[in-house]
Design a protein around this ligand. Structure first.
Ligand SMILES: Cc1cc2nc3c(=O)[nH]c(=O)nc-3n(C[C@H](O)[C@H](O)[C@H](O)COP(=O)(O)OP(=O)(O)OC[C@H]3O[C@@H](n4cnc5c(N)ncnc54)[C@H](O)[C@@H]3O)c2cc1C
Length: 418
């Protein structure tokens, strides 16, 4: 592939992964043309603040910008916004744009992100029902939040995952009446240990959020203007609502790849270097499902994943091997608590808690160490940044304290790294 890349690289998706791939190509010495295509009206911007500081109105537009178009231009990366790719012609090595024009490529990067799942229920499309992915979504939610506050109408969040809980925390901070409906028996059940799920439930309750577990929703009620007015549960109860935020997960944007015949399974299947089933095409970020050495697939939706896969994908286009093998990490901000997660805790058999988790919630600072077969596999830290950074180093190095050492504040975990 490296012989033919002089003809130009096209990147579909001007988000975290697309920008990283473009910049890594330049940093890696690629001198051909790079065209970064994005279907949004904005240049690249940060998504994480959309449910946090941006939604709270604590950030200005300049802070949301990931890369100014001028900065990309200085690196000779051609950014084209409001351009939607309609299909990929692999045989002719060109992408077809929605306006009917074609753009040839020698190397193609798919960095198309993901789309929030919609609520397949009556009333799911009513005005005042929002998912949160884009800047427009966040602005619409902020506008509706202000209206609800003015009219003293409650907010219902469907889904107790990270985005739903961050929106709930932001809305509560503004004084909104907030209820979170979660279909499972606990919050963040797929990613947190039960003890941490319970701790987060307590955190939200202590801030006045109402939580409903095992929630079964029948329909969203609407008023005569087809705007949402409430959420009806199957047990017959009705929760009035002027705003419903739906945070029930995402699906990978792999439609273009599927239509082009690339291998897809819950996302565009890539190897650790971001290579797809077509040697001229790499993929990075939320749109991918990465094949691990044991043959299983992993889907991650995080800034780190988009960044690391972007670097790997760029290297692959340059004919180099740069597998993404670093420990996965993620963060979430709710109220004044920063959760930082390192590693993947699925399959943990034992846990150790380090620090102050019980009692005083305001002063909480702790980490939960997850073990499988006696080996450290993940660490979730709350307001404990030092633990998190150390955990990433331990996990990257394959080092493991015993559960007793992890729980003992008198034991210096850093000594394991020396
Ligand atoms: C509200 C919110 C909060 C988050 N908080 C955190 C957090 O705290 N920590 C964390 O690690 N992660 C967080 N994430 C996740 C993180 O933002 C994503 O994992 C990351 O943005 C993925 O980057 P990406 O480049 O794969 O996708 P995106 O950033 O979504 O970029 C993909 C781009 O491709 C465009 N596109 C798609 N199809 C086409 C097409 N056919 N033609 C042209 N363009 C197309 C899309 O419109 C989009 O602009 C959050 C996400 C959201 C929405």
């Amino acid at each position: 592939m490296s012989d033919s890349i002089q003809a130009g690289i096209v990147i579909i998706g001007a988000g975290q992964a697309g920008v990283q791939t473009a910049e890594s190509l330049r940093a890696g010495g690629y001198a051909g043309s790079i065209t970064l295509l994005g279907d949004e009206p904005h240049g690249p911007y940060h998504r994480p603040p959309l449910s946090k500081a941006w939604l709270a109105g604590e950030m200005d537009g300049a802070q949301l910008v990931m890369r100014a178009p001028e900065m990309l231009a200085r690196k000779q990366i051609e950014l084209r916004t409001e351009v939607k790719v309609a299909s990929i012609d692999r045989a002719a090595q060109q992408v077809l744009l929605a306006d009917g024009s074609a753009l040839p490529y020698s190397g193609l990067v798919l960095a198309t992100g993901s789309t929030p799942r919609s609520l397949p229920l009556p009333g799911g499309n009513a005005a005042g029902v929002h998912a949160l992915r884009s800047r427009e979504d966040a602005d619409a939610i902020a506008q509706r939040l202000a209206l609800c506050l003015q009219q003293q109408r409650p907010v219902v969040v469907i889904g107790g995952g990270f985005i739903g809980l961050e929106v709930a925390a932001t809305a509560r901070k503004k004084g909104q009446d907030v209820t979170v409906l979660e279909a499972a028996p606990r919050l963040l059940g797929r990613v947190l240990a039960p003890a941490l799920s319970d701790w987060y439930a307590e955190l939200h309750r202590s801030h006045g959020v109402k939580l409903v577990f095992d929630a079964r929703i029948e329909a969203l009620e609407t008023d005569s203007d087809h705007a949402v007015s409430g959420v009806r549960l199957v047990d017959g109860s009705l929760l009035p609502a002027g705003l419903v935020v739906v945070g029930i997960g995402v699906h990978a944007n792999d439609g273009l790849a599927q239509a082009a015949g690339l291998e897809c399974e819950r996302g565009i299947v890539v190897d650790a270097c971001g290579r797809s089933s077509d040697p001229a095409i790499v993929a990075a970020g939320d749109c991918t499902a990465r094949r691990l050495a044991d043959g299983s697939l992993i889907r991650l939706e995080s800034v780190q994943n988009a960044t690391e896969q972007g670097k790997s994908a760029a290297a692959a286009l340059l004919g180099q091997e740069r597998p993404f093998t670093a420990t996965p990490w993620f963060w979430s901000d709710q109220y004044d608590k920063k959760l930082q997660m390192a590693g993947l805790s699925g399959g943990a058999e034992a846990w150790a808690i380090r620090g102050n988790m019980g009692g005083d919630m305001a002063g909480a600072s702790f980490s939960i160490y997850h073990f499988r077969a006696g080996k450290l596999i993940a660490v979730d830290s709350v307001n404990a940044a030092k633990d998190h950074l150390q955990a990433r180093k331990l996990l990257d190095a394959g080092l493991s304290p015993s559960p007793e050492q992890a729980a003992d504040l008198g034991f210096d975990l850093g000594s394991l790294l020396k």
